[in-house]
Design a protein around this ligand. Structure first.
Ligand code: NDP
Length: 449
């Protein structure tokens, strides 16, 4: 636990104010633990109440989303937008549509987003939103009516210079399109208020690929600098089979790795010959089907029920790209026993604190989510720049900027950890590097900003 009295006090305050929000408390604790040496070296942080302020969202909006299903029945969901910190730019963060969404989940994601966005080096603050709506099994009409109702309320709180939401679990190009159309109707303005838009109405090339590609660029740099190694010839296991997992699979394969497993919330596939991504894309992106259909189309592949079994597959590199807390201590220890050399988080907070400890104490390279998956939001910020300029960069231009950003994130995190005597601890380094810029901006802007 904490050595500093200041940190103890701040964390106790967060616990008493947010009881039962376990994901939020987990995320806050992890960041505060990393900040121990920073707090000790900078008394100004306590004098200005920086930590008390950074753990409390600037604004939280919870709202009713009513819509009518295909049978004419009224449905009610809960909508969320947490505008966590705007010290360095407009709030920025995705919209998650999943039945597990609640205040704790949105707040943990929003809190993480502050530091991730800062790490990108771009001027974006931290926010997150979503709803407990389940898009699975819904018709296009139902999705559209939900998205329109959701945006009818959300539109009152966002704007191209205020708060710019994007996609996340359950929110892809289709949902962003419906939400954007509704915003435009209500406000009569064509601005870059959402990112992840389609290419015909202001989207950026390479945004779809950005998070997955970014995870691999970061991992490649981590392997190069810390182990003089690369993806070449490595066996890779990737969880999930959504946006992040698909494009991580593509880039890992291009870089010379062999991806042998993917999953969804029901189970996982194992293909010893290397996953055929065209088949996966057809099932997931075109047909919106389940990953188990893969084994009906590809000889030699196996399907297993349950998600956690994927971590029993022997691999060199593991990229969790599904959801929070998907790797627990047992799974982490199994990966270590099977010889994993690097883990980089494509999903947000996919490893439990005990799993991270198991990786780090075994000397496994560990790339935390805030750093490793920041390529998505970084490219969203590039989409915002293109919208402001009313101009589009080519795929190659955006991809090159993304790669630079991911390489810089690795080095900034590495150097920040080294500066505070924790060389090689990329988790602490990412938390510190992300925090320092935001804290500096908060100090400069005074207390009642
Ligand atoms: P998608 O909705 O495209 O895919 C999510 C994948 O994860 C699906 O395969 C889904 O399976 C699986 N999944 C979701 N919930 C669970 C669960 N409770 N247990 C097991 N598997 C689950 O989302 P993304 O690929 O966009 O997001 C994946 C992760 O990456 C999330 O943590 C997200 O926050 C993070 N992320 C995404 C970014 C982006 O740009 N999209 C940016 C940065 C981070 P099923 O179909 O069965 O639900």
């Amino acid at each position: 636990m904490f050595k500093s009295e200041y940190l103890k006090r701040v964390y106790a305050g967060v616990e008493s104010r947010n009881p039962n929000e376990k994901e939020f408390l987990q995320a806050v604790k992890e960041v505060l633990e990393s900040l121990e040496p920073v707090v000790e070296a900078n008394p100004k942080l306590e004098a200005n109440g920086i930590l008390e302020r950074i753990v409390e969202p600037e604004r939280q909006i919870f709202f009713r989303v009513s819509w009518v299903d295909d049978n004419g029945k009224v449905q009610v969901n809960r909508g969320f937008r947490v505008q966590f910190n705007s010290a360095i730019g407009p709030y920025k963060g995705g919209i998650r549509l999943h039945p597990s969404v609640n205040a704790s989940v949105i707040k943990f994601l929003g809190f993480e987003q502050i530091f991730k966005n800062s790490l990108t080096g771009l001027p974006i603050g931290g926010g997150k939103g979503g709803s407990d709506f389940d898009p699975k099994g819904k018709s296009d009409g139902e999705i559209m009516r939900f998205c329109q109702s959701f945006m009818t309320e959300l539109s009152k709180h966002i704007g191209a210079d205020t708060d710019v939401p994007a996609g996340d679990i359950g929110t892809g190009a289709r949902e962003i399109g419906f939400m954007y159309g509704q915003y435009k109707r209500l406000r009569n303005e064509f601005t870059g208020v959402l990112t992840g838009k389609g290419l015909t109405y202001g989207g950026s090339l390479a945004r779809t690929e950005a998070t997955g590609y970014g995870v691999c660029y970061y991992t490649e740099e981590m392997l190069k600098c810390m182990k003089n190694d690369s993806f070449k010839g490595k066996t890779v296991v990737i969880s999930g089979s959504g946006n992040v997992a698909i494009y991580a699979t593509q880039k890992a394969t291009e870089l010379g790795g062999k991806v042998v497993a993917l999953s969804d919330s029901n189970g996982y596939i194992y293909d010893p010959n290397g996953v055929n991504l065209d088949v996966v894309k057809q099932i997931k992106e075109v047909e919106r089907g389940r990953i188990k259909e893969y084994v009906e189309r590809v000889q030699g592949a196996e399907y297993h029920e349950g998600c956690s079994g994927i971590w029993t597959i022997k691999c060199d590199i593991a990229l969790p790209c599904a959801t929070q807390n998907e790797i627990d201590e047992n799974s982490a220890k199994t990966l270590v026993k099977n010889g994993v050399i690097a883990v980089a988080e494509g999903a947000n907070m996919p490893s439990t604190p005990e799993a991270i400890e198991a990786f780090q104490s075994a000397g496994v390279l560990f790339g935390p989510a805030k750093a490793a998956n920041a390529g998505g939001v970084a490219t969203s910020a590039l989409e915002m720049s293109q919208n402001s300029m009313r101009y589009s960069w080519t795929f190659e231009e955006v991809d090159a900027k993304l790669k630079d950003i991911m390489v810089n994130i690795f080095h900034n995190s590495y150097n920040a950890a080294k500066k505070y005597g924790m060389e090689g601890n990329l988790l602490a380094g990412a938390n510190i590097a992300g925090f320092e810029k935001v804290a500096d901006a908060m100090l400069a802007q005074g207390i009642a900003y």
